[in-house]
Design a binder for this molecule. Structure first.
Ligand SMILES: Cc1ncc(C[n+]2csc(CCOP(=O)(O)OP(=O)(O)O)c2C)c(N)n1
Ligand code: SF4
Ligand code: SF4
Ligand code: SF4
Length: 591
């Protein structure tokens, strides 16, 4: 087939005359002095002075003095929003009359391009021309209008949102892909909504933020990354930032997630209206869990000092308001949302306090306000990190019993370096260093952790198979006051899905239906309640394992090169998966 394509190409070469003037063409002046409209001075300076020149291949010309505000390597968050690459061929168009307001499009978009907005009457009077809305559904929300807006210049045209959008009213989809140039006006509408439409408390009351729909009314604090179109890693990270991004620390392993997460000079992690967003850093490929552990220890020590100072204040301070605020903070300091409310009150009391009786303590508290809100500490990385190179550290950190969350993007290969086999690769899978198909089974990291450490929260998730189980696991892991690990099935270009990554959610569902991947959760808290700690979320397989893998070139390429070995390995893989499901069923009684 490839030879025929090449031959056809050669036969159909057409001569195109280019203008004479091109012979003497000179480069245009790429010394960029483009001004951006941005109310964050540090970001404006960075984008104009650093990001744009680098993006225009002028980085080498920048004098050292340009970096005077970022000499320690800290880049301001949110610069990716100023790239506006406009690379999609087709971008989605929203058709309100078919929309059922499920928010799934926003949930799955790998690039955070799709957002639902909720408008009140006042917003509506200011909406720009052509702004489309529909009456909002939901308890207490009938006074609002609902809109889906798209930052189309950041879209990659992956199709995932349109494929996931359910056939709504009249059986028609509410998102259709149209040529990008026909959708560019939508950018103005998105920008207007982003800047002007505020969150509505009634919406949060009607739709809990820990649900698929409710989570999508929250601002993603990871947006417009440069991951491949349709990347299966980013939607998990985006969702976590929607839930916890304003109080989150991320230690990121080297791999795709450190590249789409921090592809200098642009930074896709961003901040909310209060200037709060994830603190993110990449150390090395091999030490991410330890790096996150260090972040956790630093935060724990600093917060412990804040707590002991407030205990002192609560017992001896003469400012009654401050004493009340200190007591409230001490009671809720370990509760994410509760600590936010208590911290606001504490800051207000500190603003009013003159420090007459507890001067040094007040000074200390004022200089440690960033520690008031409880932090959500995460280590992110791929399977190459978690299963192989960083496993020793990951094991050590989970064994510590400390409150830290680990998210593994399981693409079943080292994606960022071209697809080398890892211990997460499956039997029969072709990858670099497994050119004849991997001969042995995938390492069962989740079972190892469950068996070794009864006090660790462990989950396997696959967003395409269950959006609900994904968010449930994330919420449980984050709220568990001990170590947690979530292993997330992440479709990747390296899988060679025959329909492309646009169908990755359907394909992931097939992976679970065929027993290729299993979703489950092990929550130590349930044991304490006298229940089984292990919940097998995947049903028994209902379709053929081999049919599923036959739709991905990481497997079918083995059939082309080594058909007999392929047949033998695929059979072995299917049998192993079947046995694995039976073992998982037993876990429900064992744990
Ligand atoms: C010690 C070390 N070895 C090798 C590398 C090169 N390297 C960078 S990322 C990477 C692969 C990462 O794979 P994985 O952890 O699975 O993450 P993914 O890219 O799949 O998200 C490798 C081998 C490195 N940075 N450090
Ligand atoms: S096509 Fe892909 S990148 Fe574009 S909005 Fe839809 S899901 Fe997002
Ligand atoms: S997925 Fe489709 S139906 Fe659901 S909110 Fe998005 S556009 Fe509307
Ligand atoms: S190579 Fe795979 S994991 Fe990496 S950005 Fe692309 S799709 Fe995502």
């Amino acid at each position: 087939m490839n030879h025929a394509a090449i031959d056809t190409g050669v036969k159909n070469v057409n001569k195109i005359d280019v203008p004479e003037s091109w012979k003497t063409a000179t480069g245009s002046d790429l010394t960029i002095t483009r001004e951006i409209d941005c109310d964050r001075p540090e970001l404006k300076k960075f984008v104009e002075d650093v990001m744009y020149p680098i993006a225009h291949q002028k980085g080498d010309d920048l004098p050292v003095s340009t970096f005077s505000s970022v000499e320690d390597g800290t880049f301001p968050q949110g610069s990716a929003a100023y790239e506006k690459r406009g690379v999609a061929v087709n971008a989605p168009k929203w058709i309100p009359e078919n929309c059922i307001q499920c928010n799934q499009c926003a949930y799955v978009c790998p690039h955070a391009v799709v957002r639902p907005f909720v408008l009140d009457e006042n917003d509506m009077t200011k909406a720009p021309d052509g702004y489309k809305t529909m009456p909002m559904t939901g308890k207490g929300c009938d006074k609002f209008k609902y809109a889906i807006n798209l930052s189309v210049k950041d879209c990659y045209g992956c199709d995932i949102c349109a494929n996931v959008c359910p056939p709504g009213k009249k059986g028609k989809s509410a998102l259709v892909m149209e040529p990008l140039h026909t959708q560019l006006d939508e950018q103005k509408r998105y920008d207007w909504a982003f800047a002007n439409v505020l969150e509505k408390p009634e919406v949060e009351a009607a739709f809990k933020k820990e649900t698929v729909k409710g989570s999508q009314f929250l601002q993603p604090l990871l947006e417009f990354s440069g991951a491949c179109a349709g990347c299966g890693e980013t939607p998990y990270a985006k969702l976590i930032t929607q839930l916890y991004g304003d109080r989150m620390y991320i230690a990121n392993s080297t791999g795709c997630s450190s590249i789409w997460g921090g592809n200098a000079p642009a930074t896709p992690y961003t901040v909310n209206r209060d200037g709060k967003g994830p603190t993110w850093c990449n150390s090395l490929f091999e030490d991410t869990a330890e790096f996150g552990y260090g972040m956790m220890l630093g935060v724990t020590q600093r917060r412990a000092k804040v707590a002991s100072t407030l205990e002192k204040i609560a017992s001896k301070c003469g400012d009654a308001d401050l004493v009340a605020a200190a007591k409230e903070w001490l009671a809720s300091k370990d509760d994410g949302d509760g600590s936010k409310i208590a911290s606001k009150k504490l800051e207000a009391a500190l603003d009013k306090c003159k420090g007459d009786c507890c001067g040094d303590d007040i000074k200390f508290l004022n200089s440690n306000r960033d520690m008031f809100v409880k932090k959500s500490i995460w280590a992110f990385g791929g399977d190459g990190w978690a299963y192989d190179i960083g496993f020793g550290g990951l094991d050590h950190v989970l064994a510590s019993g400390e409150d830290i969350n680990i998210l593994v993007f399981d693409t079943e290969v080292y994606s960022n370096t071209g697809g080398q086999s890892s211990k997460a690769s499956q039997i029969g899978q072709v990858a670099q260093f497994a050119a004849v198909g991997k001969g042995i089974d995938k390492k069962d990291l989740a079972s190892m952790m469950i068996a070794a450490y009864p006090y660790v929260y462990v989950a396997q998730i696959a967003m395409g198979a269950s959006q609900k189980q994904t968010i449930d696991a994330i919420v449980e892991a984050e709220s568990y006051p001990g170590p947690s690990i979530i292993i997330a099935y992440s479709p990747c270009v390296a899988h060679g899905m025959k329909g492309g990554l646009g169908i990755s959610h359907e394909q992931t569902k097939r992976a679970v239906d065929a027993g290729y991947w299993h979703n489950f959760r092990y929550d130590p808290r349930l044991k304490a309640e006298g229940k089984s700690a292990f919940k097998l979320d995947s049903k028994a397989p209902t379709s053929s394992y081999v049919d599923f893998i036959n739709d991905e070139t990481r497997y079918t390429s083995l059939k082309v090169l080594f058909p007999e070995r392929a047949e033998q390995l695929f059979k072995q893989a299917a049998k192993t998966a079947e046995e694995k499901y039976k073992i998982l069923e037993k876990y429900q009684d064992m744990y």
